[in-house]
Design a protein around this ligand. Structure first.
Ligand code: ADP
Length: 471
């Protein structure tokens, strides 16, 4: 039997404890799939103030860790629980710099503890060092340190100056979930973080790309796209230098959490065999959101962070010319929140804009929607289109990144240019099929529902990569 590989898995978000988007989903699901393959994977994240310690049975350990920081020797309290639905150990680190009320704190947000003097780059550089100190304190010697996005990109840099030989055997895998968020620190922070041999400003994402033993990103198409403009986000030079050590592994979704046949969040459970029950969810959602209750009118959904990346400027008065209802769930930039809220206020029986983060409602929308919209400008992988397909909603997506790798002419609709003309004509094509050719529509739903969106295959690819790095 092959020896169990030990993996220290570092992420700023881990569902269900703390999530704002896809990063949280991945960190909450991939480790479960790796554990099933026999990997000894353990997760580490900050113990944010928002995390419900009681609900997740998060308990303090006797072991503590010390981080030598510019502010002195900082003591970290280590808490532990398991990833729900699995035996995967999760370690949560508690310290004044880490237990912020929210996951991300923008530079100008008022903090709940003003004396903390922390911002995201300070917080996550501290977390990364704390996570390394914690594994050593726990005597968990990882062969692989798998870190995610800019927040934990400094691992290799910190390992190079690590005072003991504890990490001598460790290899670093760095996964890019979104190149657009890079983490940028001025010289004062570099000093604060106590990084040695450093001059000038620091781009966390660039550092992760340059130093990791292997770089992955979350779909094969995105791995290609980021090698050149415009999707390289200014880092093409570094990415091209690493192209022999860069690969794309498509994300999966948590098919237990997102399963219409067993989902406690939805009004009526259903499967590919009982697809007509989906309409009961639609009627309930229409009622809940104050839309006109009609089982036959097509309903289009969108669930997203409301940011520039997501192509939201496409939504305007033209929506109302179609015989269709529209449901939006999201939070983000005020300009998009206002735009969608204004449309909903004007046409309340046809458009609903839910400007909030609500997991239950997200599930109910996947279960109710006939059509699911992901018109992203770029999309590293995208999970919502897969979740939608699992619930029999047909996706209409822009042909980019992971959307292109998961949606095709058999399970959904793609459009190329981010223009209103292409977008609305694709919607018209879908609406026409929905109304005029129900058998073809149903076939499309079934293709999506019966596809394997689980983490089984992607986890095997990560395991192959770990093994290769340890040869
Ligand atoms: P990104 O990582 O860019 O945010 P993804 O498609 O990879 O996009 O993942 C988005 C995840 O966040 C999905 O699980 C989606 O259901 C969830 N999500 C996004 N916005 C909301 C919201 N307002 N309420 C509930 N869930 C949301």
């Amino acid at each position: 039997m092959k020896k169990k590989i030990k993996v220290w898995f570092l992420s700023a978000e881990v569902a269900p404890f703390a999530k704002t988007g896809g990063l949280g989903d991945v960190a909450g699901a991939l480790p479960k799939a790796l554990a099933k393959l026999g990997v000894d994977v353990r997760i580490c994240l900050p113990l944010y103030g928002l995390i419900d310690r009681r609900a997740y049975q998060i308990k303090p350990l006797k072991t503590t860790a010390i981080v030598n920081w510019s502010t002195g020797a900082e003591k970290i309290r280590i808490y532990q629980t398991r990833l729900p639905g699995s035996q995967v150990p999760v370690y949560l680190l508690d310290h004044l710099f880490l237990n912020t009320a929210t996951i991300y704190l923008q530079p100008n947000d008022p903090d709940d503890k003003p004396n903390r003097k922390i911002d995201d780059v300070r917080k996550f550089s501290f977390f990364t060092k704390a996570a390394l100190a914690a594994a050593e304190a726990l005597k968990f010697q990882p062969e692989i340190i798998h870190c995610h996005d800019w927040h934990t990109a400094l691992v290799q840099h910190l390992l190079h100056q690590w005072p003991s030989d504890f990490y001598e055997v460790s290899r670093v895998v760095y996964t890019i979930h979104n190149l657009a968020n890079q983490g940028w620190a001025g010289h004062n922070i570099v000093r604060w973080a106590g990084l040695k041999n450093w001059q000038g400003d620091l781009n966390f994402m660039a550092e992760g790309i340059k130093t990791a033993d292997w770089v992955t990103t979350v779909s094969p198409s995105y791995a290609q796209e980021i090698l050149s403009r415009p999707l390289d986000a200014g880092l093409g030079r570094y990415l091209r230098q690493r192209r022999r050590n860069l690969s794309g592994i498509i994300n999966g979704i948590d098919v237990v959490e997102y399963n219409p046949a067993q989902d406690k969040n939805i009004v009526k459970k259903f499967s590919a065999q009982t697809l007509e029950r989906k309409k009961i969810n639609k009627l309930a959602l229409q009622k809940e959101l104050g839309l006109k209750q009609d089982a036959n009118i097509p309903l289009a959904g969108l669930i997203s962070r409301l940011v520039w990346q997501k192509g939201l400027e496409l939504f305007d008065q033209q929506m109302i010319k179609r015989n269709c209802q529209w449901v939006f769930l999201g939070t983000g930039e005020p300009r998009y929140e206002k735009q969608l809220a204004a449309l909903a206020a004007k046409y309340p029986d046809r458009i609903s804009a839910q400007i909030k983060f609500n997991d239950r409602l997200a599930h109910q929308i996947y279960a109710s929607a006939d059509i699911f919209l992901v018109p992203s400008r770029f999309e590293p992988c995208g999970l919502t289109q897969m979740m939608a397909m699992r619930y029999g909603a047909v996706p209409i997506v822009r042909s980019t990144g992971g959307l292109k790798d998961t949606v095709n002419k058999n399970n959904g609709f793609l459009f190329n240019k981010l223009t209103k003309t292409e977008f609305y004509s694709t919607i018209d094509k879908a609406l026409d099929e929905y109304g005029q050719r129900p058998a073809i529509w149903r076939q499309r739903q079934l293709v999506g529902m019966n596809q394997d969106w689980s983490w089984n295959e992607p986890a095997k690819e990560y395991l192959r990569l770990y093994r290769r790095l340890l040869q």
